[in-house]
Design a protein around this ligand. Structure first.
Ligand SMILES: Cc1ncc(COP(=O)(O)O)c(C=O)c1O
Length: 481
């Protein structure tokens, strides 16, 4: 159909000139709740811990805490407590603790689970940087393990191989809404006595055999940053079944207040360095309304992902990882955060980065995912997390020569540097017609790849610049608001 059309990269007309729209689904419900909070002067309502029954309150489930007397605000004001209670009910965990970001949520959950200075935490090589840096917050040590080539989540064999006597936890990331193999990871954790924390920032609503992502380990974390499936501007949530983790997390996000009771032992107090990681009331008001839309926004993304999956099937050089839902007979329900296809240079006959350049010229915002494996960030390569002396790796609590070097996780490197094609715009308000444009542009480039190959030398400067400074997406192709 597109054979012999001139590619935009070679001077032809782009298949699409209109930018893709990027905006969260919000409406009158969010407006009403935020306005009500403003009118009631309800912005934080946080009150420290003057209450003698603090310990008892800390142990209440989120559903119980929402019914606390109105003046008692250690666990948050009315919107924060209602959001927590509704989220806990939706996700199927007794405790939900709102926080100001997923990044702080990961640090808090690890510390609440007593993962301490010098303890190793296994984390996948591919994720948003926060998944690894949050581990450093309490001086624990990230250990990177390779990922599965089809789910992009932790490969259980690689996890098993990365375990040392210092390993204390596995930070599982459910990347792009896919689910990690929780059965295999659960068995490994049990065998070695490890804590499992799930980073479900990109997977709210995904399910493993009837249970929601985030409730399959010891604690789960969600992000409500604006780009996420449901959002509060900035924000996050910790969920857990474990009353001790909930209790400690509630203290850590509230300055550690209340822990200084005379009966508390050093072990009770360890890692309870208090911060202010609270979610503001206005954000929680938005969160209540967003949670009501969670299934709708997830269905929106899934519908568009299905359209792309069907449209991109059987295009030479575009490999599609099998759908987790179809493969598992709906036992595993992924919630696509964005759509990932895999470039196959051998079949297509052109390199991935040249293909991306040509597709972008057609007006399609496509990227390679993250710029590099997390261990290839200078923070890890140079071990300069806290000053130039190598802390926390060189600290007394650890003092191990842990190597972070290119080549550590070959599957992750091959995905990031050769295969990933991330299509970002499957969320509301993108429509089926938008997906048709993506498919059309892919076909146009693939149909005319011989012309692209012939012009490869002319394009080499542009290609070099792109490959060097590989970024997620060209901001010019996005329209906000
Ligand atoms: C997998 C993952 N973990 C953690 C985070 C951090 O979330 P936040 O921005 O809420 O701190 C993100 C954000 O993009 C993420 O994608």
């Amino acid at each position: 159909m597109y054979k012999d059309s001139e590619l935009a990269l070679l001077g032809g007309q782009p298949l699409r000139e209109q930018p893709f729209r990027v905006e969260p689904m919000v409406g009158t419900r969010e407006e009403e709740l935020v306005l009500a909070a403003i009118r009631e002067c309800n912005f934080s309502r946080y009150i420290g811990s003057p209450n003698p029954s603090l310990e008892q309150h800390l142990r209440q489930t989120s559903a119980e805490a929402v019914k606390l007397e109105d003046y008692w605000h250690f666990l948050g004001g009315p919107n924060v407590r209602e959001f927590a209670s509704a989220f806990a009910a939706k996700i199927g965990a007794p405790f939900a603790i709102p926080v100001n970001s997923a990044t702080s949520g990961i640090s808090v959950a690890l510390a609440a689970a007593r993962v301490s200075a010098g303890d190793e935490v296994i984390v996948p090589a591919i994720s948003y940087t926060a998944s690894a840096t949050a581990i450093l917050m309490f001086n624990s040590i990230p250990v990177f393990a390779d990922v599965d080539p089809l789910t992009f989540c932790l490969n259980p064999d690689a996890v098993e191989a990365a375990i040392t006597p210092r390993t204390k936890a596995i930070l599982v990331v459910h990347l792009v809404g896919n689910l990690a193999n929780m059965e295999a990871l659960g068995k490994i954790a049990k065998k070695h006595g490890l804590v499992i924390i799930e980073d479900a920032a990109q997977a709210p609503g995904a399910k493993w055999k009837g249970k929601y992502a985030g409730t399959l380990g010891d604690a789960g974390i969600f992000s409500f940053q604006q780009s996420k499936n449901i959002m509060t501007g900035e924000g996050g949530m910790i969920v857990t079944h474990n009353v001790e983790i909930a209790r400690r997390a509630r203290l850590i996000i509230n300055h550690g207040e209340g822990v200084m009771s005379s009966e508390a032992s050093a072990r009770d107090l360890a890692d309870i360095v208090g911060f202010n990681f609270r979610l503001p009331e206005l954000c929680a008001a938005i969160g209540i309304a967003q949670l009501e839309r969670m299934d709708e926004v997830n269905d929106w993304r899934s519908r568009n992902a299905d359209t792309l999956r069907n449209g991109l099937a059987n295009i030479p050089g575009i490999d599609l990882p099998p759908s987790l839902r179809a493969e598992s007979n709906n036992e595993i329900v992924d919630v696509p955060h964005l759509f990932v296809a895999l470039h196959n240079a051998e079949t297509m006959g052109i390199d991935r980065d040249l293909f991306i350049l040509a597709l972008r010229a057609e007006g399609i915002p496509v990227g390679t995912g993250y710029a590099r494996c997390m261990y290839e960030n200078p923070l890890f390569l140079k071990k300069i997390a806290f000053g130039e002396e190598g802390s926390p790796w060189s600290d007394k609590a650890y003092n191990v020569d842990r190597e972070y070097v290119p080549g550590l996780c070959p599957v992750a490197e091959s995905l990031l540097y050769k295969k990933f094609l991330w299509f970002y715009h499957i969320a509301y308000p993108s429509t089926e017609e938008d997906m048709d444009d993506i498919v059309g542009a892919v076909r146009k480039v693939v149909d005319n790849r011989q012309a692209l190959l012939k012009a490869k030398d002319i394009l080499s400067a542009e290609l070099g610049a792109y490959s060097q400074g590989r970024i997620g997406v060209d901001p010019k192709q996005l329209k906000t608001g």
